[in-house]
Design a binder for this molecule. Structure first.
Ligand code: SIN
Length: 357
């Protein structure tokens, strides 16, 4: 016969053992920090069928985390609200703040990976910026949603769940900044938003996505060979602003007005999003050459969306002293040129960077 006091001791011992084993289990999970910036993933509509005309960036990070209790099974998750904006308002100053915060967090031993929740409109731009300035091999994963949190079949919760799995998975280490959308893994450099509203909007059309999510796991099949994160020459530690670089769009009947206005407004670089293989209309070329003569760096990109911009193809870049954007779309070429201009104004060096990153 066991005495009552021995019975109580046994009970306490079992509770202690159970608690310790639960703690050991939690300790084995990766530590993932979610940095929330707003967007549709944090958006709300007036009804469950409101999938357009909703308000982005209304829900805070703790609510986002609470909405997906399954996260606790795959990671020790903590959240930080960095901004609360719709991503069309993302600016260079936001990127510098975010990049510095990511670098501080990833330098900590108690952070294994980072998830950034973001509006989808400029998600690919923030991802590429971070891909060039994060100084760590630890995973950084951007995630958004095409439907607000209140919508039928909202895609935010599953996208967030997948992103946290990816940020905590050893396979994602050293792969550069990643994007988790629609059960797929994409590289920051090559992914684009390709549809205004459907949930499968994010695609890496020709260069190929990196992998899938299935059965609570991330599966990789490809990786980018372009340099990123620790391998880049860019350091934002001491930067408080970025050089002004803007985009001039090419179209039938285009004239010099936009290029001239950008230069007059102080642009240090202009991305020309030309038609086809970056062709320059006869009425625009003089404005671009005049800008170059003033020291403005001109990068020829294409509005087409796929393919290599051929250096010395549709224009004699050697003679004009222009730079070719390689396969970067105009909005990503803008980011690389801004960072390049923090290091050099040599077009030869900048062209090297466009073939490296
Ligand atoms: C935004 O980019 O902030 C709004 C659109 C979206 O997140 O899908």
């Amino acid at each position: 016969m066991i005495s009552p006091s021995r019975c109580i001791n046994l009970l306490f011992a079992s509770i202690l053992l159970l608690t310790l084993s639960a703690q050991a289990q939690t300790a084995k999970l990766p530590n993932v920090t979610i940095l929330a910036t707003g967007g549709t993933i944090a958006g709300t509509g007036s009804t469950s069928t409101t999938t357009v005309g909703y308000t982005a960036a209304t829900i805070g990070v703790q609510t986002l985390i609470r909405a997906v209790p399954e996260l606790a099974k795959v990671a020790n998750v903590t959240g930080e609200q960095v901004f609360q904006i719709a991503s069309e308002n993302m600016g260079n100053e936001h990127w510098l703040t975010l990049g510095k915060r990511v670098n501080v967090l990833l330098a900590q031993d108690n952070v294994d990976g980072i998830v950034i929740t973001h509006g989808t409109d400029t998600l690919e731009e923030t991802a590429y910026f971070l891909n060039l300035v994060v100084k760590s091999r630890k995973p950084v994963v951007l995630v958004g949603a095409m439907r607000p949190s209140t919508a039928l079949s909202a895609d935010g919760p599953i996208n967030l769940y997948n992103a946290v799995i990816l940020a905590g998975s050893p396979e994602a280490v050293g792969k550069g900044v990643l994007v988790a959308m629609g059960d797929q893994i994409h590289a920051a450099r090559d992914v684009s938003k390709t549809n205004t509203s459907t949930p499968d909007a994010f695609k890496t059309t020709e260069l190929g996505m990196l992998g899938y999510f299935q059965g609570n796991r991330a599966f990789f099949y490809h990786q980018t060979i372009r340099k990123h994160t620790l391998e880049t020459e860019f350091d934002i530690g001491a930067l408080t602003s970025l050089p002004q670089v803007d985009i001039a769009y090419g179209y039938a009947n285009v004239g010099p007005v936009v290029v001239n206005a950008l230069v007059a407004a102080g642009a240090k670089g202009v991305i020309h999003a030309g038609v086809g293989d970056g062709s320059l209309a006869a009425k625009v070329l003089p404005a671009l050459t005049a800008a170059r003569a003033k020291g403005v760096v001109i990068v020829r990109a294409s509005r087409v969306g796929q393919g290599i911009l051929a250096r010395n193809g549709e224009a004699n870049d050697d003679a004009l002293d222009f730079v070719a954007a390689d396969t970067l779309n105009p909005q990503k070429a803008r980011i690389l040129l801004m960072l390049a201009l923090t290091k050099t104004t040599s077009t030869r060096e900048i062209q090297r960077m466009f073939y490296t990153y």
